[in-house]
Design a protein around this ligand. Sequence first.
Ligand SMILES: Nc1ncnc2c1ncn2[C@@H]1O[C@H](COP(=O)(O)OP(=O)(O)OP(=O)(O)O)[C@@H](O)[C@H]1O
Ligand SMILES: [Mg+2]
Length: 412
Amino acid sequence: MAAVTRKIGLSLGADICWPLCYEQILDKLDLSIKYGGDTVGIEVERVSIEPFDLRQPCKYDVVLDRLTHWYHTSREWIKKSILMDNLYVLNNPWAVQSMEKHTSYAAMMHLGMPIPETWMVPPKSYEPTPDLSPTLKAYARLFDLGAIGKQIGYPLFMKPFDGGGWRAVTRIKDEASLRKNYDESGKSIMHLQAAVDPFDSFVRCIGLGPQTHLVKYNPDAPLHDRYTQETDFVSDDEAQILRDTTLTINAFFGWDFNSCESLRKGGTWYPIDFANPCPDSQVTSLHRHFPWLVKANIRWSVFCAVTKKKFRRTLDWDPFYAIAAKELPYREKLRAYAKIADERFETAKFEEFCAKHLPNLDEVAWEFFGTQAAKEAFRQKVAALYPKHEIELFTELFWKRVQAWREETRAA
Ligand SMILES: Nc1ncnc2c1ncn2[C@@H]1O[C@H](COP(=O)(O)OP(=O)(O)OP(=O)(O)O)[C@@H](O)[C@H]1O
Ligand SMILES: [Mg+2]
């Protein structure tokens, strides 16, 4: 039996709170896992940004990445490490780079998900380039925006096809405001999407590997209250639909970590935004849901590192398309898609692994989230985002919410 060490790298940007908690809980766990004839220890390190030789080996077994979508030196280092060094990374960098909202809508519409009617319109204005004028003169058809609005119906949402972070999202109530907003939309390529309106529930389902967590969401609340503190807001069957939907999307796109927003109207859950492959992980928005995220990160990264889970370098969509082509009710198709996800995420093996090798994680994390070290991690994140006079107030608010979670889970 050999003693081996697996290295997990954290590729971070403005993240403060979750890595501090992740590192300290892992430290307390002091893992020494008997697996495959070896005793496996875990080492965690923050990935630095520096020049690299493409042929230089990668010292990490698993990387949790938060930079790929905007910091391209790190993205390209990750790509080379997957291609050359067998790295397992959350998330697949090619899928983050090329699968924007638009692709995710199109693919999931094809699989039968009830995505609201969505149109793409050419942009209002362009960066001038030598080929632009002949191209548009020859091929750009004049179109009647009002007719498209009429076909979709009001209210509708205008939002960038590759959106994120609520950038340039507008709720449009009539033709006049559609024309006005389009005229002001500049160079962005926009979607016009039928509003799910009125909806009676809004849920964000966070997926991390095969783990999912449902949060009732309130888009009208200030940022610190959008993730609500409600529990038990869906039936078991609805929870299964939301889980299956999220795992299907995540397995399809090779996103181990993503969140899916769905709105319920007339008993149907309509997914409206599910290309979020670097979801919010901060205590300042997640508060009582934050411990779930930190624990889920630990479980999945340790599982991938210890079992040397093979990274899927290609996405392989054919099995999903084969199910889509069958004459089956949508609910059965969705179950079948989710089964593919369970195979790809190795759900059964993962659950067995956690039960056997991480049996005290819940307890260790529960203790940790009651310590001053946890509170200090919260404070640091709050201090980075809030004005000085609000730091104490908001640190206390998030702290209290996490303590309420501890009280409830102690009673359970
Ligand atoms: N079709 C829709 N029906 C009802 N509400 C919608 C619809 N599309 C968007 N919205 C509302 O607009 C908000 C922002 O839209 P969306 O989530 O698509 O954009 P985003 O830029 O990806 O936002 P984020 O990254 O913050 O999730 C949603 O949270 C929701 O409140
Ligand atoms: Mg959204």
